[in-house]
Write a protein that binds this ligand. Structure first.
Ligand code: FAD
Length: 384
């Protein structure tokens, strides 16, 4: 029942960085260990999406540490989805009532804003280039490789938060404990990021305030606006099959395919071939596990305990909500970390499972929505 003050957060991504601010606000001393270099001085590509949809859950968590207004200044509201048919016809579907929106934000921009906010706090220390290799749950020793000095180091914090994402090494240690449940499932689809650059005058070549979708049956492309006038497009495509990553072998295959199925987009993508063949193909995984904690020593948070596919745009938002919920529980914290962790995982697990299942279902809805779009178009024509 002792207060633990020496906390290590593994992973300084979106969730780890935000969590550090919430814990420091309560007087804890935080050390963050991140395997990558400091993204504010290095442009190493993390291989993750360039922009993200931020919704109410996420805003609530940002509001809690007073950063909401700063992020709003660089967030682009998307009031609805704009469907692009094969012949370039557009159909707009609002997300909600007038003024309601989800927001496109830069992943790196948001992560750096959180780092900048926490860095001046003397109770928060970032340690970059530090990759966790293993955790000894009995002794609380964390084994790290320092990529900067190419040496191995060991730390022994009193409390460990695993915010190290879908392929968490902290979770890996928990997986070796008795009665730990773990499930991972990959979609037979991957994703590829492509770009529609800004117009010559710096404006947006498509409707700025919408999430664009090119639904094509069993695959689709989407595009979210960036603050610099560009759009980041993501092609969700089967790995194998007649129309798939495997089937597109060269520039000609690629161009023919895009001209046939995304003709209005390809006209706006001057770097298509270069990006398509150079950018990595990302995989899409759902990870479920339980429990999320180990005694009074370790708690997993964010993607480390609930990675979801991106079709509901809720992975980061759910990770941020973890923090809001944990923070609220800390209001009535009686010093018993184990009890707190148990209550937290019991409360959050059903919600995390629900969003994981909804996200997979929404892929089918989004990619097949071409049928809906055609239906809406027909209705429009019929009603004239
Ligand atoms: P991560 O962002 O994965 O951060 C983990 C951090 O830990 C990283 O910095 C990593 O370098 C570090 N790390 C990993 N291993 C170690 C180690 N061994 N030692 C030290 N450090 C380590 N979510 C949304 O809410 N809206 C969206 O629109 C959206 N779109 C998405 C689109 C795509 C294509 C993808 C793939 C995901 C999308 N997501 C979206 C999900 C979102 O990216 C994740 O839910 C979110 O990044 C999770 O944050 P996190 O901090 O838990 O994990």
């Amino acid at each position: 029942m002792t207060e633990k003050k020496n906390i290590a957060i593994i992973g300084a991504g979106l969730v780890g960085s935000l969590l550090s601010l919430y814990l420091a606000k309560r007087g804890y001393k935080i050390d963050l260990y991140e395997r990558r270099p400091d993204m504010r001085v290095s442009t190493l590509d993390g291989g993750r999406s360039i922009n993200l949809a931020l919704s109410d859950r996420g805003w609530r968590a940002l509001r809690g540490i007073g950063i909401e207004e700063d992020v709003r200044k660089v967030a682009i509201p998307m009031y609805g989805r704009m469907m692009h048919s094969e012949n370039g016809q557009l159909t707009y579907q609002p997300y909600g009532k007038e003024g309601q929106a989800i927001y496109s934000v830069s992943r790196a921009g948001l992560n750096m804003a959180l780092m900048n906010l926490s860095e001046p706090n003397p109770d928060i220390n970032y340690h970059f280039n530090m990759q966790v290799q293993d955790v000894n749950l009995r002794t609380n020793e964390v084994y790290l490789h320092n990529h900067h000095s190419d040496t191995d180091e060991v730390i022994q914090p009193e409390l460990i938060f695993g915010a190290d994402g879908a392929f968490s090494m902290v979770r890996n240690a928990l997986q070796k404990t008795e009665r730990f449940n773990y499930q991972q499932s990959y979609l037979e689809y991957g994703y590829k990021e492509l770009t529609i650059p800004a117009a010559e005058d710096g404006g947006w070549l498509l409707e700025k305030n919408a999430l664009h979708i090119w639904p094509r049956g069993n695959y689709m492309m989407i595009a979210l606006p960036n603050i610099d006038g560009s759009f980041t497009c993501t092609l969700f495509f089967p790995y194998e099959g007649e129309r798939s990553f495997a089937a597109i072998k060269n520039d000609t295959d690629l161009l023919n395919f895009f001209l046939e199925v995304f003709p209005d987009a390809v006209a706006l993508m001057p770097d298509l071939a270069q990006e398509y063949f150079c950018n990595p193909t990302g995989s899409l995984v759902t990870i479920k596990c339980f429990p999320w904690s180990y005694e009074d020593k370790v708690l997993l948070i964010g993607d480390a305990c609930h990675a979801v596919v991106p079709f509901y745009g809720q992975g980061m938002n759910a990770g941020f909500e973890d923090i809001t919920v944990l923070d609220k529980m800390l209001d009535s914290f009686d010093g018993n970390w184990e009890k707190l962790f148990k209550e937290f995982e019991r409360k959050r697990k059903p919600d995390a499972d629900a969003i994981a299942d909804l996200a997979v279902m929404n892929f089918i809805e989004m990619r097949d929505a071409v049928a809906d779009a055609r239906f809406l178009l027909r209705k429009k024509v019929e009603s004239k």
